[in-house]
Each structure stands twice: as structure tokens, then as C-alpha cells.
Design a protein around this ligand. Structure first.
Ligand code: PSU
Ligand code: MN
Length: 296
């Protein structure tokens, strides 16, 4: 199989220098053009400022790419034909020679395989309100040894049910300077987390201990966004958007883009602004964690 590590990423890994993996579904499907490329560049920039090497993971013409050049990043962001690769279609897309953005589940798998210990994203997938729909991110994280920094799960999900599934699946969860689940656009929510950490060194210690104990899965670091939106206000918009989607019969692949667009409209653009900020903040924290791991 064709698999390619960018030379810069390969060198950093060989020398034990910090590397941070970044997902690409947020580029191909999560954000609209041209904002997707701007945010992707801001994330890779934040990783570099933190002293780590960024490795955007994606599928390009059937090749697993770990680390894209700026030109390749632009091609991915501007191309319209990329698929969304999760675990159930990853092998078929690679075998079929396709282009794809990789979800959290697929990115975590490919990053861990390449020897990368830390991965940053915006929000993980999870359990949707009915009808039944659960992201492969949850089961994927349960068996993939990597630190994943996010601001919680996407606001459009059932947060309580997603947190319960993480517990059932045995995914290690820590709040970064918080006891409560951050709710993506909101820095907090009513849902308590099982553990709290204060700094990147503590995250590095949890990962090392997770491995020493023979636990197989990810360490999920939930990082509250700065200057986020009030929880109740976001919940109100999410409920309104979901109601509207049901009334208009919108479902399947069209549902998430519809909900995100409605949230942006209902909030006067504030959800998009917060989304951009949390992606960059998570990239920055991931770089600090990767640096702490490299020093151990
Ligand atoms: N969160 C966002 N936008 C996104 C995603 C998450 O705000 O685009 C992406 C991530 O790549 C995540 C994926 O892994 O959606 C989950 O998709 P699914 O529910 O189909 O597994
Ligand atoms: Mn699904």
C-alpha cells in the first residue's frame, strides 16, 4: 500500500521531536471555503509556534498522507471532490485511489500507526439525537493509543449520551482546567467529567500511565474555548435548528451542514467565530502536550 510521511514529519519522529496530527474532514466537509484553508493554516501555524511539527492527515489519490505541504493543503481545501473517510470506508477509498478528508476516528488511527502521540481537532463525533446515529469516533478512540485535544463534541449532538458512551467504551477523559464537559461553542455544560488536569505535563503523565497500565485507548483532553457562548443560548439554537430540520425532512448527509449553517444564522455568525478560535486554541494546546511528551 502507498503511504507517505512528509520528510519533515518523518525527521521529527525519528529524532523524537514533537509532532501534532491534524484531521482533514474539518477542511473538506466541516468549514466552508475559503475559511477552511484559512483555519487550516492558522492551525498548522499554531502548532509550529508551539514548537511542534504539524501533520495534516488526508487521503490524496489513494495515498495515505501524513503531513501535507501548504500547496497540498490548498488543493485539498479548494477541491470539491473529496470524500469523507471514516473507518468503514477508509480502505475502500484508499484502494480506489480517491481523495478524502479523514474524520477523527480515521485520523487517530493513521496518526497512531505513524507513531504520532498527539492529535488536535475541534469537536469529536458522537451520539446524535434520534433517529439512532453514532459516530465511529467513539469506538475508534476506545482502541487507538493517542492524545486527542478537542473542545468536546459537536454542539448538535446529544452531549449526555455521548459522554455515557465514552464511559461505557472505556475512553480516558480529562478536562483541561475544568471539571465539566466543555460544550464546543460553550466553555461549560452541566455534565461532570471524571478527571481534571492543570497543564500539558499532567496530560503527558496520564498518557504514559495509560500505556504503563496496558490500557488500549485514547486520552481525550477536553479544552474549553476562551470567550465562548452561554450554554443555554447555544442549546436553544440547536433545538430550534433540529426542529426545523425535522419539519423540512432534512436528514442523512445533509443534516450536519444544515444544522451548522442554521446555528451560524441564529447566532449572527458568533458560532463560526468561536469554531475558528477553538480549532486554533486546540492546536496550540496539542503542541504544548507534544512538547511535554518529548521531554519525558
Ligand atoms: N466537528 C465539527 N465539524 C466537523 C467534524 C466534527 O465541528 O466537520 C467532523 C470530524 O472529522 C468528526 C466527524 O470526526 O465530523 C464525525 O463524523 P461522523 O459523525 O460521520 O462520524
Ligand atoms: Mn453517522
Amino acid at each position: 500500500m502507498k503511504e507517505a510521511l512528509a520528510p519533515e514529519v518523518a525527521a521529527a519522529l525519528a529524532e523524537g521531536r514533537p509532532v501534532v496530527a491534524l484531521e482533514s474532514t474539518v477542511i473538506t466537509h466541516g468549514l466552508a471555503r475559503p475559511e477552511n484553508l484559512e483555519v487550516a493554516r492558522a492551525m498548522t501555524g499554531a502548532v509550529r509556534e508551539g514548537g511542534a511539527v504539524p501533520a495534516v492527515i488526508a487521503i490524496r489519490r489513494g495515498r495515505v498522507r501524513v503531513g501535507l505541504s501548504d500547496r497540498e493543503l490548498a488543493a485539498l481545501a479548494e477541491g470539491a471532490e473529496a470524500e469523507k473517510a471514516s473507518l468503514w470506508n477508509l480502505a475502500a477509498l484508499v484502494a480506489g485511489g480517491r481523495d478524502a478528508g479523514t474524520t477523527v476516528a480515521a485520523t487517530a488511527h493513521l496518526a497512531a500507526r505513524a507513531g504520532i502521540a498527539v492529535f488536535a481537532t475541534g469537536g469529536i463525533g458522537g451520539v446524535h439525537p434520534a433517529p439512532y446515529d453514532e459516530s465511529a469516533d467513539l469506538a475508534g478512540l476506545a482502541r487507538t493509543p493517542i492524545v486527542v485535544v478537542s473542545s468536546g463534541m459537536k454542539s448538535i449532538l446529544d452531549l449526555a449520551a455521548t459522554l455515557e458512551r465514552l464511559e461505557s467504551l472505556g475512553v480516558a477523559v480529562v478536562g483541561y482546567r475544568t471539571e465539566r464537559l466543555p460544550a464546543f461553542h460553550s466553555p461549560t455544560s452541566p455534565y461532570p467529567l471524571p478527571a481534571r488536569v492543570e497543564d500539558p505535563q499532567e496530560v503527558a503523565a496520564v498518557l504514559a500511565t495509560q500505556r504503563a497500565l496496558g490500557l488500549p485507548g485514547a486520552v481525550l483532553v477536553f479544552n474549553p474555548v476562551s470567550r465562548g457562548l452561554p450554554f443555554d443560548e447555544v442549546r436553544g439554537w440547536v433545538e430550534a435548528a433540529n426542529r426545523e430540520a425535522r419539519e423540512r425532512g432534512i436528514g442523512g448527509k445533509a443534516l450536519t451542514p444544515f444544522l451548522l449553517r442554521r446555528l451560524a444564522e441564529l447566532s449572527g455568525g458568533r458560532t463560526d467565530e468561536v469554531n475558528r478560535r477553538l480549532l486554533v486554541e486546540n492546536a496550540r494546546l496539542a503542541a504544548a502536550i507534544a512538547a511535554a511528551l518529548a521531554r519525558r
